[in-house]
Design a protein around this ligand. Structure first.
Ligand code: HEM
Length: 399
């Protein structure tokens, strides 16, 4: 008789809270390390119970390929519940990141072609390059006295917001130049609290806990300032010929302004959540070694250390029959450090992404941005931003 979901091994779980105490003890920022330990103990697949959610965690590239192959035209991930709860309580649409089923598909089709086209990313290369130069300048200025850069994450978030503004609105926000930008700090807080809420019992759904109230306050502020920014730019966008996303959506006569603004705000949040001579920066996409450096960095430090699917059909994985509806997660951190797959896996060797060896590993590397019809909408833009920033940091040898 074939083995099923209930036969998959699982780390110690407690009533109601499941595996959460493992994370409480060590900290949620260590989740990738804890999953790595579990993978060592349980092999290619194990089940993680998180209060009301059961995750089948897959640690093996070959096995997760089966999940990728099962992707249909319309696929679902589990929503980020606190954000979904917030959006619904404010009468906003579920959006793309948290949307499921036909509603997700409909929203996604509005921006899919535009966001993933090479010409869209290329249209902003000069302005993105200017942001990269300012980013390096800021790092250079900040480290002058100490040789250390404090609050690097804050600078990176500012760089991500400034870069995103260019392709969303066709202009700079210039927060890299300002001393302190409330918008960026607020955005950071939203993600910090979101993380806390994601890994706790969702009491906020029945009672507005103090953490929830703080989350709601921060989100309100964020949406309010993002909407103001959108509205200021909207006036210009309607009359401009800028190739920005906002302009593209506003020119679509079938879309309301509200939907155009909501989608643009969502892209802005998506952009910040995920982030981190003589060659000419305009040829940046042809610089093979630079691309290999980025691939190698994301292999060792995948920004989103897991990607996931809710199975839309029964699928065999790791020797178990997983029923439709199972939530399956790829443990990208562990996969990227597998010694059988990557020689000297703990070492930083960009060369492994060149030639035939690189081609063999490409499947895994692409998953860093997800897969199939739900692939990250910012993939092209994020890659271009990162190439330009590394190019400039390297030229000016800031770090
Ligand atoms: C290094 C940077 C980034 C990484 C590693 C990353 C990674 C990911 C991953 C793994 C997913 C899930 C895909 C799936 O389920 O198959 C995703 C989704 C998404 N990303 Fe990114 N991302 C990055 C940057 C960005 C940027 C710059 C934007 C905005 C322009 C963005 C917008 C989105 C959106 C809107 C989705 C949801 C797509 C959907 O559910 O249909 N991301 N990203």
């Amino acid at each position: 008789m074939s083995k099923t979901l209930k036969d998959i091994p699982s780390p110690k779980s407690w009533p109601l809270v499941g595996c959460l105490p493992h994370y409480y003890q060590q900290g949620f920022d260590k989740r990738h390390l804890i999953l790595n330990e579990f993978a060592r103990e349980y092999g290619s697949i194990f089940v993680e119970n998180l209060a009301f959610l059961k995750n089948a965690i897959v640690n093996d590239i070959q096995e997760y390929s089966k999940i990728v192959k099962a992707d249909g035209q319309q696929v679902d991930r589990i929503p980020l519940d606190p954000l979904l709860h917030y959006r619904r309580s404010k009468g906003l649409s579920d959006g793309i990141v948290n949307g499921i089923g036909p509603k997700w598909y409909e929203s996604r089709q509005l921006v899919n072609k535009k966001m993933l086209s090479k010409s869209f990313a290329d249209a902003f290369i000069e302005q993105l390059h200017d942001v990269a130069i300012d980013f390096c300048q800021k790092l250079e200025n900040d480290k002058q006295d100490t040789d250390l850069i404090f609050d690097l994450e804050f600078f990176i978030d500012k760089w991500a917001v400034d870069s995103s503004f260019i392709f969303l609105f066709g202009k700079r926000l210039d927060c890299l130049k300002g001393d302190d930008i409330e918008f960026v700090r607020n955005l950071q807080s939203v993600f910090d609290i979101l993380h806390q809420l994601l890994f706790s019992i969702p009491l906020y759904k029945i009672w507005p806990t103090s953490t929830w109230r703080e989350f709601e306050r921060r989100c309100d502020k964020l949406f309010q300032s993002a909407l103001e920014l959108c509205q200021q730019n909207q006036v210009e966008s309607e009359t401009s010929t800028s190739p920005s996303l906002m302009n593209y959506l506003l020119l679509d006569k079938n879309l309301s302004k509200q939907v155009a603004v909501e989608l643009t705000v969502e892209m802005l949040m998506g952009a910040v959540e995920a982030e981190i001579k003589n060659a000419d920066y305009r040829n940046i996409n042809n610089i093979t070694y630079l691309k290999a450096i980025v691939k190698e960095t994301l292999r060792l430090y995948p920004v989103t250390y897991s990607t996931s699917r809710i199975l839309n059909k029964d699928t065999e994985c790791g020797g178990y029959e997983l029923p439709r509806g199972t939530h399956v997660q790829a443990n990208l951190y562990t996969m990227g450090r597998n010694e059988d797959r990557f020689r000297n896996a703990k070492e930083f060797i960009p060369e492994r992404w060149l030639g035939d060896e690189g081609k063999n590993n490409l499947v895994f590397c692409n998953w860093i941005f997800g897969h199939g019809p739900r692939l990250c909408l910012g993939k092209r833009l994020a890659e271009e931003e990162v190439y330009l920033a590394i190019f400039e940091v390297n030229l000016s040898r800031v770090i």
